[in-house]
Design a protein around this ligand. Structure first.
Ligand SMILES: [Mn+2]
Length: 341
């Protein structure tokens, strides 16, 4: 029998840098997020996967205009319409924004809007997908009861998946690899019960797979974070971005993860540039900006206080004129300059 192939995407943050009526014409990052979401779903549109799981944070924040919500759900609804079931874990950004009436019409889109277990038949397999929406309060203490509240144990299914939008202990983020350990918002590895083939998770933007708890003991099931599909902050600047596919085999213990792959998506380089205030001129700045990838997302920091006559160069419209039109440039005032102002 074929393995069950699952496509896992998360933290798409749609709507990021996508103003409805932009005041100025400059390159925005919003379309990059939509483009990568489409790229991530392409295998599902081609019928190459049996199930799609969105691990949460579909949208970039919880209060968004209705048009954006529809645009964000549309690709998922199309995938479901093509015959592939879709599971969505509500993340911290969309619990209140999900258009339930719209989705209710699609019997293949399932939202884990409360602790529950969805039973599916996909590629000949009986699959149980358990999960619950993002929990802000004390998930560490409540995790075991939340998992039990899904009702997963009542399902003697040969492939079981647990879907979350939470931090699991041992997850690492940031350029220096900060590791989450003991907070009230951090799930203990040992609290993941035996009986699942894998834990499919969103919330952590760096892609990773956890297989052991903080003491090095093997987890009852591997925890897979595909990470975000584009960089949402400078802390992610060195990370590759993408989505995952998983192959699962049935057995009498809830199934087994036979293999997984990370599929990298294109993402624009994120670059920090510095210029000393006393070297600031149109010419020097143009040269500096021309020295890096014109497609980059650049943060420019001016070290020190520019002279009044040079300060005009840092006005938004002047910066736009000096940077390549393909660049996204933001100004980051140095601490020294801020303290002085
Ligand atoms: Mn997120």
């Amino acid at each position: 029998m074929h393995p069950l192939r699952v496509l896992l995407v998360a933290d798409t943050h749609l709507g990021f840098d996508l103003p409805l009526r932009p005041r100025v014409e400059r390159r925005r990052r919003g379309p990059d997020f939509f483009a990568n979401f489409e790229r991530a779903l392409a295998p599902a549109r081609r019928g190459e996967v049996d199930l799609v799981v969105h691990g949460g944070d579909l949208l970039f924040r919880s209060r968004v205009r209705r048009e954006l919500v529809y645009r964000a759900f549309e690709p998922l609804i199309e995938v479901a319409g093509g015959g592939t079931p879709v599971i969505v874990v509500p993340g911290n950004h969309e619990r209140s924004a999900i258009p339930f009436p719209l989705l209710a019409a699609h019997r293949r889109v399932h939202i884990l809007d409360r602790p529950r277990t969805v039973l599916l038949r996909a590629s000949g397999h009986h699959v149980a997908v358990a999960g619950f929406p993002f929990q802000r309060e004390d998930v560490r203490a409540r995790f075991p009861q939340l998992v039990e509240a899904t009702g997963w144990r009542a399902q003697p299914t040969a492939i079981r998946l647990l879907c979350l939008h939470q931090t699991v202990a041992g997850a690492r983020v940031g350029p220096t690899g900060y590791t989450f350990r003991r907070g009230a918002d951090v799930v203990r590895g040992r609290d993941i019960p035996a009986g699942f083939a894998a834990v499919l998770a969103g919330h952590i933007h760096r892609r990773q797979v956890l297989t052991a708890d903080l003491d090095g003991r093997p987890l009852a099931a591997p925890v897979l974070y595909p990470g975000s599909i584009e960089r949402t902050s400078a802390a992610e600047r060195h990370e590759s971005k993408g989505y995952m596919t998983l192959d699962l085999h049935p057995n009498d213990a809830g199934g087994r993860l036979a293999g997984w792959a990370f599929h990298e998506l294109p993402s624009r380089p994120m670059i920090d540039l510095e210029i000393p205030a006393d070297e600031l001129s149109c010419l020097s700045l143009r040269r500096l900006l021309a020295s890096v990838d014109p497609d980059a997302v650049v943060r420019l920091e001016v070290l020190g206080d520019p002279e009044p006559r040079a300060a005009g160069i840092l006005r938004a419209e002047s910066l736009r004129a000096l940077a390549p039109t393909t660049m996204t440039l933001t100004l980051r005032r140095s601490r020294r300059a801020r303290d002085a102002s």
